[in-house]
Write a protein that binds this ligand. Structure first.
Ligand SMILES: *[C@@H]1O[C@H](CO)[C@@H](O)[C@H](O)[C@H]1NC(C)=O
Ligand SMILES: *[C@@H]1O[C@H](CO)[C@@H](O)[C@H](O)[C@H]1NC(C)=O
Ligand SMILES: *[C@@H]1O[C@H](CO)[C@@H](O)[C@H](O)[C@H]1NC(C)=O
Length: 274
């Protein structure tokens, strides 16, 4: 299985007001390097007969859970999440940061080999201290973290990426509890997006050492919507669901289900052993 790594680095120069904690803290530091896999890794196609706990019609991957629509002309994808409290799984090493990421994107599926748009929140737990970081990315460019954008458990956060053409997009993220919006518009970008998929994803992401999955309880995406270049707007009614398994024989560690036409929930269902 081939993964093309995405280098996820810190662009500190973008925001001026960023002060370091004055006391020693367990709070996870801003990740220096995170590698996200470019595409979902479809265990389902290799393992048509999964354990009985598997939900029918769900594709399992090693890293992405959530919902995906595929066709042509996707230009906007958005959703609002309630930021979850985090816990280390039973038996987890407290000094190993555990993580998960929730994001919305365009062109994450295999059909578009060139580019991918994403905006979301990385969530880390180190000892008992959580840290939440908002970011956006025009793959294959590096992702940009919003270092002065506060996020806490329980906050309601809207993520939105909207492409005005195949080479320009506006990424926005709003924390309704702080009233703050981070917004960035990129124009004249290359490579071009395709607009072949829109997705709402909870990612068990990888970095150079592998980041173990944190117990996030569940993450609900509400007001999940996409729109197309022809002005069609819809939710997740027609979306395919994905879940995460660590390996072919394993039980799912993230399972997702739809909650009506414009919402879905993804739940942590199992632990990794570190
Ligand atoms: C985790 O907390 C320890 C302090 O207990 C700190 O030294 C370490 O840098 C933290 N790890 C990360 C990734 O922030
Ligand atoms: C993204 O990378 C392309 C080259 O691949 C470059 O032309 C463009 O300016 C980059 N955009 C940003 C925002 O860094
Ligand atoms: C998403 O962003 C676009 C462009 O900034 C905006 O026109 C649209 O109303 C936003 N949609 C949602 C659901 O927030």
């Amino acid at each position: 299985m081939k993964f093309t790594a995405i280098l996820h680095t810190v662009l500190l120069g973008l925001t001026a007001a960023f002060s370091l904690p004055t006391e020693p803290s367990n709070k996870p530091s801003l990740p220096a390097v995170v590698r996200r896999s470019r595409f979902t890794d479809r265990l389902n196609s290799l393992s048509p007969q999964g354990p009985s706990a598997d939900s029918p019609g769900v594709s399992y991957t090693q890293n992405w859970a959530g919902a995906v629509v595929t066709a042509v002309g996707y230009r906007t994808v958005a959703a609002t999440i309630r930021v979850p409290a985090l816990r280390l799984p039973p038996g987890a090493k407290a000094d190993t940061p555990h993580a998960v990421s929730a994001w919305v994107g365009i062109d994450g599926e295999h059909a578009c080999p060139n580019a991918m748009l994403q905006v979301g929140v990385d969530m880390y737990m180190n000892h008992s201290e959580p840290a939440y970081w908002a970011w956006f990315q025009w793959y294959p460019n590096l992702s940009t973290y919003l270092t002065d954008f506060a996020i806490s458990a329980g906050d309601s956060v809207t993520m939105n990426v909207s492409a005005s053409s195949l080479s320009a997009a506006t990424f926005s993220i709003t924390n309704h509890n702080t009233g703050k919006t981070g917004i960035s518009t990129l124009a004249d970008q290359a490579p071009l997006i395709c607009g072949f998929s829109a997705e709402w994803i909870v990612e068990d992401f990888w970095d150079s050492d592998g980041v173990p999955l944190v117990d996030f309880g569940s993450i609900e995406f509400v007001e999940a919507m996409f729109s197309t270049d022809l002005g069609v707007t819809a939710g997740v009614e027609e979306a395919k669901l994905e879940g995460v398994k660590e390996g072919l024989a394993g039980d799912p560690v993230i399972e997702c289900g739809k909650l009506g036409g414009d919402a879905l929930t993804c739940s942590y269902t199992g632990g990794e052993n570190s």
